[in-house]
Design a protein. Structure first.
Length: 454
């Protein structure tokens, strides 16, 4: 495997490259609304190619570069792009193309495929936007995080993760500098954040909780990351112990969280809000309104620029939307002050003896046990109860301690009937837990949910 590296993008040269990319695509006959699929690892060249395409109305389809050819071909066939790029050298040639004028903001969102945690991946398509919609889409992210010329953003997540392009693109187009890790390496990230690599002093970064945990475990990481003004996390549940450990390493007001999905963004949460209401993922982002229906499903009333459909799947699109509100099937509750707390996905529900058990609630309780690094709760078919609650635990906590803690904090029907110690939990490359893969991996059920992960 190629050693990880960090690549730097300054706004001026990056603008010229974006114009050249757009000129190359135009010369090849691509027009607004066409799609170009990228199956490449993260790089500065890929980011400028994506932005150059978006600002000319061409929609990038960002695929996981680690997919096997057969897996990738299924998604390419579904997306029907005008062009497929699998060789990074091709991007170097694009940078030499004729420069053309670009729109000031991206005219679309990249097309991503859902992570496949609950079934076959689906393409999330948002179409093209007019000038006003494009500006609103861009400012929705750039204004929220206050990107500016003084920022240096460190990209730690893969480019096929939707947040990478949103935050890096917002920084670059606001005049800031972007540093791209070609592959996440916690030691390299720690060196950069400590100011030991390349003289960089990142002011902003995003880390999924799994990456955040690996970063904080690095021996060379300073006790306080004083140069960061913004450290954002999202993508999966962040254990309270990890959240507090991160809060201890940054200045007040730095560690923010949001709740969102490939389809759209729901909430944002400041560190001060989380400390008052531990476990919340925050309140609705600007321009949005949240509600929870009678079954506990979370719906988000979204602005026009945030509309989407599932590519080639009108049935799934219709199920996702109710007027101006959409859902991705997550379950939760909203307190009187509007703060959202997640209970998991409907597909994650364990129904034991006819009673709903929410894995997120049980996981939050077990995560308090000393020696629990990570925990995932799941259901296994049971002839008497329908399903029985089980837990997979990473870390040295012993079963007796786990059972005693569960007895003290959970009603009997919520307590795991079996505990399994594992070295790691199955996750997608972007860090999302593949809960449905656990029974098969532990020999408790036939293999299932091995859909390709985009």
């Amino acid at each position: 495997m190629t050693a990880p590296a960090v690549e730097i993008l300054e706004p001026g040269p990056a603008e010229a490259t974006q114009r050249a990319v757009a000129g190359t695509l135009r010369a090849r006959g691509l027009r607004p609304g066409d799609r170009v699929a990228f199956a490449l690892g993260s790089s500065a060249a890929l980011l400028t190619a994506v932005l150059g395409a978006l600002r000319s109305g061409i929609v990038p389809v960002l695929l996981n570069a680690t997919l096997l050819p057969a897996e990738r071909n299924l998604l390419v066939a579904d997306a029907d792009p005008a062009l497929v790029v699998t060789d990074p050298v091709e991007l170097e040639r694009w940078a030499e193309g004729p420069e053309v004028e670009l729109a000031p903001h991206p005219l679309a969102r990249p097309m991503h495929y859902t992570s496949g945690t609950t079934g076959r991946p689906k393409g999330v398509w948002s179409g093209l936007l007019g000038e006003d919609g494009a500006r609103a889409l861009f400012e929705d992210e750039a204004e929220l995080w206050d990107f500016g010329p003084g920022d240096t953003h460190l990209v730690c997540s893969p480019m096929y993760h939707s947040v990478s392009v949103r935050l890096a693109g917002g920084t670059l187009l606001r005049g800031g500098t972007v540093a791209v890790l070609t592959r996440f390496d916690p030691a390299l990230a720690a060196g950069i954040l400590a100011g030991r690599e390349g003289g960089l002093r990142p002011s902003t970064t995003f880390l999924a909780p799994t990456a955040l945990q690996r970063l904080l475990a690095q021996p060379g990481l300073p006790d306080r990351l004083g140069d960061l003004r913004l450290l954002v996390h999202a993508g999966s549940h962040c254990p309270p112990a990890l959240k507090r450990a991160a809060l201890d390493r940054v200045d007040p007001g730095v560690l923010w969280e949001f709740y969102g999905s490939t389809e759209g963004q729901f909430t944002v949460c400041s560190p001060e809000e989380w400390l008052v209401r531990p476990g919340t993922v925050g309140r609705a982002r600007p321009g949005r309104r949240l509600e929870v229906d009678g079954e506990g499903t979370i719906w988000c009333h979204a602005p026009g620029f945030a509309r989407f459909e599932y590519w080639g799947d009108p049935g799934a699109t219709a199920r996702a939307w109710r007027g101006e509100a959409f859902t991705v099937g997550d379950l939760g509750r909203i307190d009187p002050d509007g703060y959202l707390f997640l209970d998991g996905r409907r597909d994650d529900l364990v129904i034991s003896g006819g009673v709903n058990v929410y894995p997120a609630e049980v996981e939050a309780a077990l995560a308090e046990v000393a020696g629990v690094t990570e925990v995932a709760v799941f259901g296994v078919a049971d002839p008497d109860w329908g399903e029985r609650v089980c837990a997979a635990v990473v870390g040295p906590a012993d079963e007796e301690t786990l059972r005693r803690h569960a007895e003290e904090h959970l009603a009997p029907y919520k307590r795991p009937k079996a505990y399994f110690h594992v070295g790691e939990l199955p996750r997608t490359p972007t860090g999302k837990l593949r809960r449905r893969a656990l029974p098969a991996r532990l020999g408790l059920a036939p293999g299932l949910d091995d859909a390709p992960t985009p």
